[in-house]
Ligand binder design. Structure first.
Ligand SMILES: Nc1ncnc2c1ncn2[C@@H]1O[C@H](COP(=O)(O)OP(=O)(O)OP(=O)(O)O)[C@@H](O)[C@H]1O
Ligand SMILES: [Mg+2]
Length: 270
C-alpha cells in the first residue's frame, strides 16, 4: 500500500524586536531578534531560568509579546495554527488509549479525514518512528523512549512545518537519548520541517543542529549564535569524535559558564 508520510518542508520564522515580561517581574526579553530559515534545525541552550520555555510559549502563541512580532511564513503566529507542532519533555500520552489511538487523537484535532483513513495514517506514522507492531500497546507497556516516539508520531502526523521541542529527550537515559537523536535527524531529513529544539545538553545541541543559539540571562536575549559546520549526515561516534565537535563543545561550555555566572544587574532574578 502506498505510504502517505510526506515531506512537508519548513517555513521561515521571524522573531523581531520582541519584548516580554510576566505581570509582576522585570523583563524576560528586551529586543529579542532571531530569524530561522525554512527547514533549518536550530537548538537553543542556556542555564535554567534564562527564558527557554518562555521563548517556546511565545512562539506557540500561548503568550503574546508586549512589543515586537513573531511571524511564521510572514504571518503572525497564533495558538491553534495547524502548522505548529510541539513535543514536550514528558510524553503526556492518554494512558487509557493505545499507541495508535494516541496518534490518531493528534490527527482528530486537525483533520476531517474519515476514521478509517485516520487510523491508517496513524499506523504509518507509528511505523515511521519505529513502532510497527506496537500499535495496540497501552502507554504503560511501553518504555520511556517508546512513549516519546508515540508522542513524536502524534505530533508529526499533523504534518507541522514548524516543530517546537522543549527538552524532548531530557527525561531519557543517555543511551536512549543518543538513539532518539539519530531518530530525530532521520525524521527531520525525511520530513524537512523547521525545528526549534530546546535542550540543556551541549552534546545534543551540537549533534543535531545547523545553528546553536545560546540564551543569556533575562533580559538580555541572545548571548551568541554558533553556526554548526559539522558535516551531515551525522553518524554516532564519527560525529562525536570530530575535531569540530570538540571545538564547539569547549566554546559552548565557556559560554554557558559565563552566562550562568553573570548576575542580573537589577538583582531580581538569580
Ligand atoms: N508564569 C510565570 N510568572 C512569572 N515569572 C515566570 C513565569 N514563568 C517563568 N517565569 C520566570 O521567567 C524566567 C524564565 O523562565 P523559563 O521557564 O522560560 O526558563 P527556562 O530557561 O525554560 O528554565 P529551565 O531550564 O529551568 O526549564 C524565570 O526567571 C522564571 O522564574
Ligand atoms: Mg524550561
Amino acid at each position: 500500500m502506498q505510504s502517505h508520510v510526506a515531506h512537508v518542508g519548513g517555513e521561515h520564522l521571524v522573531i523581531d524586536q520582541v519584548h516580554f515580561r510576566f505581570d509582576t517581574t522585570l523583563p524576560i526579553y528586551q529586543n529579542l531578534n532571531l530569524h530561522i530559515e525554512p527547514g533549518e534545525f536550530v537548538c537553543v541552550i542556556g542555564p535554567s531560568g534564562c527564558g527557554k520555555t518562555t521563548l517556546l510559549n511565545l512562539l506557540a502563541g500561548f503568550m503574546t509579546p508586549d512589543q515586537g512580532h513573531i511571524l511564521l511564513r510572514g504571518q503572525p503566529i497564533y495558538p491553534e495554527d495547524p502548522h505548529l507542532g510541539f513535543v514536550f519533555q514528558q510524553a503526556t500520552l492518554f494512558p487509557w488509549l493505545s499507541a495508535v489511538e494516541n496518534v490518531e487523537f493528534g490527527l482528530k484535532m486537525v483533520n476531517d479525514k474519515p476514521p478509517k483513513q485516520q487510523r491508517e495514517l496513524a499506523r504509518e506514522y507509528l511505523e515511521l518512528v519505529g513502532l510497527k507492531g506496537f500499535e495496540d500497546y497501552l502507554p504503560r507497556r511501553l518504555s520511556g523512549g517508546m512513549q516519546q516516539r508515540v508522542s513524536l508520531a502524534r505530533t508529526l502526523v499533523t504534518q507541522p512545518t514548524l516543530l517546537l521541542m522543549d527538552e524532548p529527550f531530557g527525561a531519557l537515559d543517555a543511551i536512549t537519548r543518543e538513539t532518539m537523536n539519530d531518530e530525530m535527524l532521520r525524521l527531520w531529513q525525511e520530513l524537512g520541517q523547521t525545528v526549534l529544539f530546546i535542550t540543556h545538553d551541549i552534546d545534543e545541541a551540537i549533534y543535531l543542529s545547523d545553528r546553536i543559539v545560546v540564551l543569556n540571562r533575562p533580559p538580555h536575549g541572545i548571548y551568541r549564535e554558533l553556526k554548526n559546520a559539522l558535516p551531515r549526515p551525522r553518524s554516532g561516534p564519527a560525529t562525536r569524535t570530530h575535531e569540530l565537535f570538540w571545538e564547539y563543545k569547549k566554546e559552548l561550555m565557556k559560554d554557558i559558564t559565563q552566562v550562568a555566572m553573570s548576575r542580573r544587574s537589577d538583582n531580581t532574578i538569580g
